[in-house]
Write a protein that binds this ligand. Structure first.
Ligand code: NDP
Length: 246
């Protein structure tokens, strides 16, 4: 299999970290972005100790210049970008009547604008290469809405909309840029830490303790899409715990 240069945002924990480790173990060159430098350093050191290749750039996806710096890190280190995974996200759920405007803004900035900034920082490079692949992390919440999930669901529905629009535009342009949206169910990561409403966090943690599966399951699904020959494109993946109903 050909070695790919793979950029991942939100690579400092959870799904991003598991995906980085798996794809590095398959011989790809990883470029890790997130805000916590200590975690990024530890993960890239672990990848290198295991015989893989990785670099990182401290990245805040709410800042376009910072995301462009991540793209530059990839280009400086490896000279191309084959896969860009827009994965950074947070899930501070609450009912709208609680008016947690700050949480709404953070979700829109990270989950939605962060994806757009990732596309903006890398699409020109992929167009020039005439090849590339976006992996955008949506959620089951990108397909359904429930009480307390309006804004999170809106951002994740938005990720699906942006991804499908991008897919159509790139297919029309004949750029060989593929787009995959992955929508996980309950995955055991640090995501529930981002919930600021204590009652919601407790309830969600209870649910996750019972149902959540390893982020490696998501990583394996992403690797399958990445490793598919370039003339075929897996556009949507839903991966849930087998016993999760909704
Ligand atoms: P984690 O909390 O473990 O990971 C979230 C990642 O996003 C971290 O690496 C965090 O890094 C990064 N991040 C947060 N804010 C920013 C920012 N402003 N700039 C850059 N990076 C940021 O949770 P998951 O691994 O679960 O989440 C990954 C994605 O998966 C998210 O988009 C989430 O919505 C989605 N998802 C998760 C599900 C689950 O059940 N776990 C289910 C469905 C979707 P740092 O703090 O270092 O910046």
């Amino acid at each position: 299999m050909t070695k790919k240069v793979i950029v991942i945002t939100g690579a400092s924990s959870g799904i991003g970290e598991a995906t980085a480790k798996l794809l590095a173990s398959q011989g790809n060159q990883l470029v890790l972005g997130a805000r916590r430098e200590d975690r990024l350093k530890e993960i890239s050191d672990n990848i290198k100790t295991a015989g893989g290749e990785a670099v990182y750039s401290v990245t805040d996806v709410t800042n376009l210049d910072s995301v462009k710096e991540l793209a530059k890190t990839a280009m400086d280190a490896y000279g191309r970008i084959d896969v860009w995974m827009n994965n950074a996200g947070l899930m501070p759920q609450s009912v709208l009547s609680d008016g947690k405007v700050e949480d709404w803004n953070r979700m829109i900035d990270v989950n939605l604008k962060g994806v757009l900034y990732g596309i903006n920082a890398s699409l020109g490079i992929m167009r020039e290469q005439q090849s590339g692949h976006y992996i955008n992390t949506s959620s089951i919440a990108g397909h359904i809405v429930g009480p307390g999930s309006s804004v999170y669901s809106a951002t994740k529905h938005g990720v699906l909309a942006i991804s499908e629009g991008l897919r159509q535009e790139e297919a029309q342009a004949g750029s060989n840029v593929r787009v995959t949206t992955i929508s996980p169910g309950a995955i055991a990561t640090e995501l529930t830490n981002s919930i600021t409403d204590e009652a919601v966090r407790k309830g969600t943690e209870q649910f996750y303790n019972e149902y959540a599966i390893s982020p490696e399951r998501v990583a394996e699904s992403i690797a399958f899409a990445v490793n598919l020959p370039a003339d075929a494109s897996i556009n949507e993946i839903i991966v849930r715990p087998s016993k999760q109903v909704m």
